[in-house]
Design a binder for this molecule. Structure first.
Ligand SMILES: [Zn+2]
Length: 314
C-alpha cells in the first residue's frame, strides 16, 4: 500500500491506495487560516500520522509516501521550490517527510500527478506513452514516456500551459505573451468573452452593466451549444488554439493518447470534436495510426491516487 497526499489551497487530502490504484481510506486536514509553512507542515504530519495509524490497525504495510503540490517540486532535493497559492518558497516538505517517517518519498506537480492517476486507473490505463492536459483556471500537464514521468533534464520541462501558440490580447502570468494557458483555460475563455461583450458583439447570455462579469466558462459553453453568437466565437477561438497546442504535442511526442481534464473538459464531445478537427489539420503525418484524444475519467480522487502511484512512475 502507498500513501498519496493532495496538497490543496484549503486542505491536505491523504489516502491509502492499494497496488490497483483503489483508495482504501482517506483523511482530510483543513489548512484554512494557517499562516506560514511550519504550521502547515505540522498539519501534514498529523495527516500522515493518522494514515499510518489506520494502516497499522489494518496490518497494511506502507511502502512509500507521494505528494502532489500546486507548484514546482524539485525531485532531487525533495523541496517545494514554490507554491504561489500557499506562499511557499523553497520549503523542505518532501525531505522532512522522509526524515520523519523513513519511507521513500516522492513529490511532483499536481497536473503531473493527475496524469499519473489517469495512467494508473483512468482513460490512459495501460498506455505507455500519454500526455495529460488539465484545462482549469490555468493549464497544466504531465508527460509519460515509456511508463515514466518526464519533465526534462532540469525538471523544468512539461510546462504545456506555457507553450506559445499565438499572439494574444493579454500577457500570461509567467510574463510571456501567447501561452496556451491564455487561450485554453477557463480564465482565458471568460476574458475573451468579456472582450467581445465590451466590443458590442451579440449575446443572449445574462450580461449586466459590468459586461460579462459573473458569466462562467460553463455558461459560455452552454451558450455556444445553444447557438449564442458571442459564446460560439469564444469557444471556436479556444478550440482553434488548443488544437494548435495539441498538434505541437503530437508532432513532437506522438503519444498514443492525449487526455484532457479539468473544468473546461467537462464541455465533453462538443469541445473535443472541434479541438480534434483543429488539431488534425495541423499534423505533419495524417496517415496511419493516430494519437487519440480523450476526456479524463477521474476527478476528485485523482490527486490522491496519482500521488500514491508516483513511486511507480519515477
Ligand atoms: Zn505563460
Amino acid at each position: 500500500m502507498r500513501i498519496g497526499i493532495d496538497v490543496g489551497g484549503m486542505s491536505f487530502k491523504g489516502g491509502i491506495v492499494n497496488p490497483e490504484g483503489e483508495i482504501l481510506y482517506t483523511h482530510v486536514e483543513s489548512t484554512a487560516g494557517l499562516e506560514g509553512y511550519a504550521a502547515m507542515e505540522e498539519k501534514l504530519f498529523i495527516l500522515v500520522d493518522q494514515l499510518l495509524a489506520k494502516a497499522k490497525a489494518q496490518a497494511w504495510t506502507i511502502e512509500s509516501i507521494g505528494v502532489g503540490v500546486p507548484g514546482l517540486a524539485d525531485v532531487e532535493s525533495n523541496m517545494v521550490v514554490y507554491c504561489t497559492n500557499l506562499g511557499w518558497n523553497n520549503v523542505p516538505l518532501g525531505a522532512h517527510l522522509k526524515a520523519r517517517y523513513g519511507l521513500p518519498t516522492f513529490m511532483d506537480n499536481d497536473a503531473t500527478v493527475a496524469g499519473i492517476a489517469e495512467s494508473a486507473k483512468g482513460c490512459t490505463k495501460g498506455v505507455a506513452n500519454s500526455v495529460f492536459i488539465t484545462l482549469g483556471t490555468g493549464v497544466g500537464g504531465g508527460i509519460i514516456v515509456n511508463g515514466k514521468v518526464t519533465s526534462g533534464a532540469h525538471n523544468k520541462g512539461s510546462e504545456i500551459g506555457h507553450m506559445i501558440v499565438g499572439d494574444n490580447f493579454y500577457t500570461c502570468n509567467c510574463g510571456n505573451n501567447g501561452c496556451l494557458e491564455t487561450f485554453a483555460s477557463a480564465t482565458a475563455l471568460m476574458k475573451d468573452f468579456q472582450r467581445r461583450i465590451e466590443a458590442g458583439e451579440a449575446t443572449a447570455l445574462c450580461v449586466d452593466a459590468n459586461g460579462a462579469k459573473g458569466v462562467t466558462a460553463k455558461d459560455i459553453f452552454d451558450g455556444a451549444k445553444a447557438g449564442d453568437p458571442a459564446a460560439e466565437m469564444s469557444v471556436t477561438r479556444l478550440a482553434k488554439y488548443l488544437g494548435i497546442g495539441l498538434a505541437n504535442v503530437v508532432n513532437m511526442l506522438d503519444p498514443e493518447v492525449i487526455a484532457l481534464g479539468g473544468g473546461v473538459s467537462k464541455a465533453g464531445d462538443f469541445l473535443l470534436n472541434q479541438v480534434e478537427a483543429e488539431m488534425r489539420k495541423r499534423l505533419v503525418f495524417k496517415e496511419g495510426d493516430q494519437t487519440r484524444l480523450e476526456i479524463a475519467q477521474l476527478s476528485n480522487d485523482a490527486g490522491i491516487i496519482g500521488a500514491a502511484m508516483l513511486a511507480n512512475y519515477k
